[in-house]
Write a protein that binds this ligand. Structure first.
Ligand code: 5GP
Ligand code: MN
Length: 353
């Protein structure tokens, strides 16, 4: 990954020199990548002498609680004293990590929009709105934002600049955003970066276990229930979906992050290329989309559910009831995939590369 010398120079102008107050923002429902990228970048900025604050709009999943640097993540929703809003209002510089639309900050959007501090984007989602930022480090071919942060640190300084907690944070980002190194964009350079992180002392099986074998009993039972009782398959379109209601969340002692990854399971079924998961929230339904190959859920999420993301992983929202949302989804599927025959491998004409 190569960013232009001009961009790197501009970044250096922002972060070299007098100490600044710097905010690092992660997106709503922060995942391992948003958290990992923010924590590693935070350490680098602190080392340059800056005062930093990492802020996520809401709480990170509990299976990241073991991370060495997790105490540095501040949760805006839990900011009873206005400490975070105050820091943002006085900030000299803001970094947006792992998202590119300010509306993905939900409750934090207004506070951030009100700030006049320069804003720098570090992200790997498609279609960044360049005009909204003072500087953009966007690489949609990067498998994670953490991998972009890795490259920035190595470019600005060297591998020597990476310490153990940075390596741990970056590895969590690499691992979680690639589905444990199983999705696309797995380059040789990515694995060379992993080798560097291992040299810094991270233990791959320990981190793997800390993230993936650390769930509550409720989560595993909920998964079983959803797959058995709730999953709907539309083989004629190669599509499956599941819906999770608030009542079901209560029944299974749901905690933030418990449904993370559920949307991937239907894609382990032969003949299915797209999966959707609907989760009921107080005022809206959150939707996660995953796909395989050329089926483009980024386009689908943008077109029908006011969302976006990547070709094979995207999300969106619906403000209709669950029943109406599912009705809309079914109609959207019919329109998007056209009159399907039955091979489950249909590729919408507009997404053939
Ligand atoms: P997840 O299903 O894990 O919440 O999200 C999958 C991917 O889609 C992530 O890369 C996430 O950043 C992106 N995404 C999720 N929800 C939204 C949304 O509402 N808008 C946009 N633009 N991207 C989203
Ligand atoms: Mn990411």
């Amino acid at each position: 990954m190569i960013f232009s010398k001009d961009k790197i120079d501009k970044l250096q102008q922002f972060i070299n020199g007098t100490p600044k107050k710097i905010v690092l923002l992660a997106h709503t429902n922060p995942d391992g990548d948003a958290i990992g990228a923010a924590l590693a970048w935070r350490r680098y900025l602190e080392r340059l002498g800056h005062t930093t604050m990492c802020i996520a709009p809401n709480r990170y999943p509990y299976f990241l609680e073991w991370m060495r640097d997790i105490p540095y993540i501040n949760v805006f929703k839990e900011d009873t004293e206005g400490k975070m809003a105050n820091f943002i209002s006085k900030a000299d510089l803001i970094f947006c990590m792992d998202f590119n639309q300010i509306n993905r900050l939900e409750g934090l959007s207004d506070t951030v929009s009100a700030s006049s501090a320069p804003t720098i984007l570090i992200d790997h989602h498609l279609n960044p709105p360049q005009e909204e930022y003072d500087l953009v480090f966007s690489d949609p071919s990067a498998s994670s934002t953490s991998y972009i942060v890795y490259n920035l640190i190595v470019t600005l300084a060297s591998e020597e600049a990476l310490d153990y907690p940075m390596a741990e944070s970056l590895y969590v980002g690499f691992m979680t955003d690639t589905g444990n190194f199983s999705f696309s964009n797995l380059t040789a350079d990515l694995f060379r970066a992993v080798a560097v992180l291992i040299d810094k002392g991270i233990n791959v099986p320990t981190i793997n276990s800390a993230v993936y074998n650390n769930f509550s009993e409720g989560r595993v039972r909920l998964l079983g229930y959803l797959l058995n009782d709730k999953m709907v398959t539309l083989f004629e379109y190669g599509v499956a979906y599941m819906a999770l209601t608030e009542e079901e969340m209560r029944r299974f002692n749901f905690k933030a992050g418990d449904s993370e990854g559920f949307v991937n399971y239907p894609l382990t079924i032969r003949g299915l290329n797209m999966s959707a998961m609907f989760s009921e929230h107080k005022n809206f339904i959150r939707i996660s989309f995953r796909s395989r190959g050329n089926v483009d859920v980024n386009v689908f999420a943008r077109r029908y559910f006011n969302g976006g993301g990547h070709r094979n992983a995207a999300g969106g929202k619906s403000f209709l009831s669950m029943d109406e949302t599912i009705k809309k989804f079914n109609a959207a599927i019919t329109e998007y995939f056209g009159d399907a025959s039955s091979n489950g491998n249909i590729i919408p004409p507009d997404v053939i590369p």
